[in-house]
Write a protein that binds this ligand. Structure first.
Ligand SMILES: CC(C)(COP(=O)(O)OP(=O)(O)OC[C@H]1O[C@@H](n2cnc3c(N)ncnc32)[C@H](O)[C@@H]1OP(=O)(O)O)[C@@H](O)C(=O)NCCC(=O)NCCS
Length: 172
């Protein structure tokens, strides 16, 4: 299976949105409320991604398999949390999503490598946030050297809330 990684463009918004919604629904099922997950639509997500990729340096890369977007990643600069000391040149792996029919095939690995390479261009270390209880993702990141660094945050959407853990990684 050939996996092509390339920078995303606004024309990729529909494919990215499909990966984002399906990946999120499958990845956090049983952790985030089902009615909230079921309410998410590809059309809404597509609008947000199209707008987000209209800006320079959007940091989004896609994985293409047989002419279809199978996953994406987004990287950027990490800000200090309230109460955290200045963080210097720290990057953030903001998103890494693979369509569930491509899980366990190596697509995620290609995207992870591309994200690390992009971060290493301008940063010497990086963090990411992952939903507490999303064990598949936590295992995936652990196998690639990421470790929880003790920071947690509460996230919410409407009346639904969940907890996220921060993991720190090394960009070598
Ligand atoms: C988290 C996520 C990206 C991980 O991807 P995944 O494909 O499910 O992860 P897996 O651990 O199954 O994939 C890696 C495995 O693929 C398999 N694999 C790797 N390369 C392969 C290849 N060339 N051929 C076949 N299999 C391969 C290996 O078994 C590998 O295991 P390893 O880590 O021991 O090397 C994915 O589950 C996802 O998109 N989840 C929803 C979104 C999410 O939670 N994102 C994280 C928060 S941003």
């Amino acid at each position: 299976m050939e996996v092509l990684i390339r920078a995303a463009s606004p024309a990729d918004a529909a494919g990215i949105a499909a990966c984002h919604v399906a990946g999120w629904q499958a990845g956090v099922a049983g952790v985030v409320a089902a009615d909230y997950l079921e309410s998410l639509t590809v059309a809404d997500s597509q609008r947000r991604w199209a707008a987000g990729m209209g800006v320079a340096d959007h940091g989004v890369q896609v994985a293409v398999v047989e002419q279809q977007i199978a996953g994406f990643t987004r990287t950027g600069v990490s800000m200090a949390e309230p109460g955290e000391a200045a963080v210097g040149r720290r990057g953030e792996l903001r998103e890494l999503y693979v369509r569930p029919d491509h899980w366990g095939t190596g697509v995620a690995n290609h995207l992870h490598g591309a994200a690390i390479a992009a971060l290493a261009d301008s940063c010497d270390r990086a963090v990411l946030w992952v939903v507490k209880g999303n064990e598949r993702a936590v295992r995936f990141y652990r196998r690639r050297g990421w470790r929880p660094d003790g920071w947690v945050r509460a996230e919410s959407e409407g009346s639904h809330s969940w907890t996220e853990l921060r993991m720190a990684g090394v960009l070598d």
